[in-house]
Design a protein around this ligand. Sequence first.
Ligand code: OFO
Length: 176
Amino acid sequence: MVSKKMSDRINEQINKEMYSAYLYLAMSARMGEAGYRGIASWLTIQYHEEMFHAMKFYHYLQDQGSSVQLKAIAQPDFKETAIKELFQHVLEHEKAVTRSIHEIMALALEEKDFATVTLDQWYVNEQVEEEKNAMEILQAIELLGNSPQGLFMLNIELGKRSLGVPSSFLEIKGGD
Ligand code: OFO
């Protein structure tokens, strides 16, 4: 059982994760339209990862006998169409998500809610990975000199990313 405050906070986080998914899907659409199919594919995989994050919290609330409350998802807010600026947006977005995940950890510790501490630890680790991925791509863009040829190569490289989470939401479990 989690507190009402924690349940509300996790429902808010489900919305944030679904917003992340929506944001990356919108970015993927722009990149695909610009001819960067590999980058579009990377961003579509990121969309799946974010839905996985949302559904893991979703199942956790249900496992805890709490009610899942889905709220409206905001329209994706980004203007960047240049690759470097787009991934700077990705990094800043992930940093904001990290802060949000840390807030949940702080609340769980305050409430001595050890089940949520254990669950949220998974997200704390995942955010290290999320920020690292964005930083490595930005570093590659810098090394390639942001040149058209370099971005073309990066596009091919990012297109090789494969899905690292279950493709079916039925396979996702909250506490596992
Ligand atoms: Fe859910 O980690 Fe990115 O946003």
